[in-house]
Design a binder for this molecule. Sequence first.
Ligand SMILES: Nc1ncnc2c1ncn2[C@@H]1O[C@H](COP(=O)(O)OP(=O)(O)OP(=O)(O)O)[C@@H](O)[C@H]1O
Ligand SMILES: [Mg+2]
Length: 239
Amino acid sequence: MSKKNIVEVKNLVKSFPIGGNKFTALNDISVNIAGGEFTGLVGPSGSGKTTLLNIIGGLDTPSEGTVSVLGLSLNGQSHNNLADLRLNRIGFIFQTYNILPVYTVFENVEFPLLLLKRPPHERREKVMQAIEWVGLTDKVKSRPGQLSGGECQRVAIARALVKEPRLVIADEPTANLDAENSHNVMRILSRLNRELKTSFIFATHDEKVMSYLRRILHLVDGRLDKDELIENPAKMGVE
Ligand SMILES: Nc1ncnc2c1ncn2[C@@H]1O[C@H](COP(=O)(O)OP(=O)(O)OP(=O)(O)O)[C@@H](O)[C@H]1O
Ligand SMILES: [Mg+2]
């Protein structure tokens, strides 16, 4: 694996058994992603975006081909090693926020650090920092039921970022947000990309998300149709 690549995908095929047949969701995908990229997977519904993100994130496994993420070859890895990669080194942001309704904003964001057994003073400092990044300092004690959809998504983002992962995987992070909140979220993420050098891979249909991306991988029917570098994104995330 080349030093500057954090993701290397080679001749990846993913098929799912359906009845007695198999359905090929990803067909011979080869792509490298370097550290610090702000990249999106774009394509019609069913083109394989989530499937590819799930494989890169160690949530699903390749049928054929090889995948390396942050220096770890995912082929034939044990469940424990994959869980370790996800917990320690990758942040996930999902379309449906997956935050826990009975916990406060603070407790939701703290959750990954508890799993990582970080000491209390470190947890407090990191959680407050992540909550500040997403502009929710005045809501630390609120519970999700007291927050708007956009605020819930920002909690999910803080939770993904609190462990300062090298790589963040975001599947349709703005799908439930209005235009203003979508831009807010993208401004936060592109700022963290610049300041912390966190790498981001998105899956999206959203033109607003696309306008911030510096590279767009176009998927069509499970194939990589086009790899487009954007020299000057319409939005840079800088106010
Ligand atoms: N576990 C599964 N079993 C069978 N087929 C699956 C499975 N997961 C995904 N597929 C199929 O693989 C194809 C790609 O699905 P995927 O979820 O990656 O699409 P997508 O590009 O993320 O679409 P969307 O924009 O609607 O989220 C779809 O046709 C889907 O039905
Ligand atoms: Mg999807």
